[in-house]
Design a binder for this molecule. Sequence first.
Ligand code: NAD
Length: 480
Amino acid sequence: MSTSSPITVAYGDGIGPEIMEASLHVIQEAGARIDIEVIEIGEKVYLRGNSAGIEPSAWESLRRTKVFYKAPITTPQGGGFKSLNVTTRKMLGLYANVRPCVSYHPFVKTKHPVMNVVIVRENEEDCYAGMEYQLSDTVMECLKIITRPGSERICRYAFEYALQHNRKKVTCFTKDNIMKMTDGLFHKIFDEVGADYPNVEKEHWIVDIGAAKMADTPEAFDVIVMPNLYGDILSDVAAQIAGSVGLAGSANIGSQCAMFEAIHGSAPRRANQNLANPSGLLLGGVLMLVHLNQPDIAERVHNAWLCTMEDGIHTYDIFKEGTSKQKVGTKEFGDAVVARLGKTPHTLKAVHYSAASPKKERAAGAQKAAAKVTLDGIDVYVAWPSLDTNRLAEAAQNANGDGLELLMIDNRGVKVWPGGMAETLCTDAYRCRFSAKGRTTPKQTVALLGRVLDQGIEIVKTETLRSFDGVAGYTLAQGQ
Ligand code: NAD
């Protein structure tokens, strides 16, 4: 416990340097055992012509320390600048985003006095894989990727987090009533992984009604785990309804590296005035101290911060006549927290962090035998600008052969042939499903594509129709 941990620090842009200085002051005064390496990222680096906003020497530091404490940065206006957050997340493999959303009633105004929810968001997959295509003049596509290893890792992280932080329940949000395969897999894996944690309560909500419930009755939730897109949106909702967007910190965790930050941006209009609230970054620092296995220091900092809140010593953003006692600047707020190190709050609940239990190597479950895969046919996506569906069906049927036959055509997932409805909106991107009654072979499907082209049909892309151990690995079109 006595050795120091190296960390990489970026002071960021806008209010970043002020809030980082205040946060590090508190953390160091609390006795954190850290060795700091400072890197420069963000606006200055972007404006030097580096479109990523981060230089190779900074990556070297991050790879060395594996822990990144990052103040917010400003992304310059205009195109061509890549989001540093997304780059860091992807390059360092930070698969889990963890955001505690807590209300501090009666010291910070909130409609939800007893909220204490942790959102665990999958950070790499889903619609954020960056796999998008233009299918035709009028149709765009974004691929939603959900994988077994990705889902397993995030669900396990959520349950381990619950155990470590003495949380009682893990809830999963998905939309598996609609996305039966992708969200269905996430839900199934949540159930599988959850079975390893008999003492943690588990539940699943469809994300729409779950989100409504969370916004209305957040006290019904404890830890919530979800795929990337829902997590992105709902972690902001949760932070906002806690009444304290400026007070929330977050952790981005990978198997090798981790990054800790405030959830807000660089607030350039507030910069250099000693106004900004350093609390979000400081609480990000608390998450970092827990990660560094310095629970004693994390606890000292967090409890001193709760005391400061309770004593009504507030920055302008949360200062309220009547509730607050003293309006302070960034630096004075940090000093007030330092003055309370060693104290515990009276009204707000004191926090307690314990040392991480050594990671148990989980015995690998029996390796599932690889599924038997059969090829049932092929979906051929085509651009068909005339929108004459019957003419397309006629041409596509002329390509039938080797047992592969045109089974149906759909547009935006709605069947339009045979027997389409006049009311269905058709675009210029269609999907023709060719199915083999028995089985087909890859060579036969490739030969089919040649015949489709010969009919003057423009092929955009294809998806094979495969079954895994006899279970279709594709969905039916609506109305099929
Ligand atoms: P913002 O979070 O910087 O500001 C939103 C509002 O909250 C502003 O009114 C601001 O004054 C206030 N605010 C934010 N943090 C505060 C604090 N600590 N204390 C007091 N008030 C605070 O969002 P924005 O204005 O949309 O973005 C500004 C810049 O920050 C942009 O360049 C954006 O790209 C960047 N940004 C960076 C990150 C990051 O580095 N993680 C995240 C979000 C936005």
